[in-house]
Design a protein around this ligand. Structure first.
Ligand SMILES: Cc1cc2nc3c(=O)[nH]c(=O)nc-3n(C[C@H](O)[C@H](O)[C@H](O)COP(=O)(O)O)c2cc1C
Length: 218
């Protein structure tokens, strides 16, 4: 399946069916987590059948229901962009496996997660996942002109990259980023101030790179 179609079919899903994830999928997810950890140096952990983190007032207030599986994105405090990038790679693989997901920074019980943290590590964010009660709906997107700054000729991959970036989940759907294309070189940066913007930035870079095969410059 084209990665852009996978991105189009992914939406935040907060309510889940009471359906256990099959053992072969659990092993595939654990393998992915291991691979992404060795590439990134993060300490991402997949928790299956663990209801406590989402059985809290804030989780219910945030409309989460029946969340029993989640990825805990653990790393150093300045690893937020990395967590966004590598976490979203896993999100897109989950979507391809027929599983739904939702990034969650706030509306869960942070203190209730039975995760392992090494010295200097913290829990940066989590991603709820499982079989959704529904598939979710498309988010409202900013116009391309709000997120693109083009200087010089437009590279042929740019439209696809911008489309993928606008399909990326961002905290409170803020989409506070700008894609700069100058003489065929792409950079993506934060625009203004927002919540969890560095995690968003990693997610957006992941979408751009996966859809175009073009590396975003630092
Ligand atoms: C870094 C980050 C943190 C988020 N934190 C929360 C959260 O605490 N609670 C929640 O309900 N949704 C949270 N979300 C989900 C966003 O609200 C959702 O992704 C956004 O509205 C875009 O919708 P979409 O995922 O359907 O494209 C978060 C998303 C991101 C990327």
């Amino acid at each position: 399946m084209d990665i852009l179609d996978i991105m189009k079919s992914r939406h935040a899903v907060r309510q889940y069916l009471d359906k256990e994830i099959e053992e072969d999928k659990k092993s595939a997810i654990n393998k992915l987590v291991e691979e992404e950890n060795s590439l990134s140096g993060l300490h991402i952990q997949a928790l299956f059948g663990e209801p406590k983190a989402f059985d809290t007032f804030s989780a219910h207030y945030g409309k989460f229901n029946n969340v029993k599986n989640y990825l805990a994105l653990v790393g150093k405090k300045n690893d937020e962009e990395k967590a966004g990038y590598y976490g979203e790679k896993i999100v897109l693989s989950l979507q391809e496996m027929g599983l739904n997901s939702c990034w969650v920074a706030l509306t869960y019980g942070k203190g209730k997660t039975p995760i392992k943290k090494e010295k200097g590590e913290k829990l940066l964010c989590v991603i709820a996942f499982g079989y959704g009660a529904a598939q979710g709906i498309s988010h409202h997107s900013k116009p391309v002109a709000d997120v693109l700054s083009l200087d010089g000729d437009k590279p042929d991959y740019l439209d696809r990259g911008v489309e993928a970036a606008l399909l990326a989940p961002t905290a409170v759907n803020q989409q506070k980023f700008v894609i700069n294309s100058k003489d065929g070189k792409v950079t993506i940066s934060n625009k203004g101030f927002g919540f969890y913007q560095n995690i968003d930035l990693g997610i957006v870079k992941c979408h751009f790179e996966m859809a175009t095969g073009v590396k975003v410059n630092d």
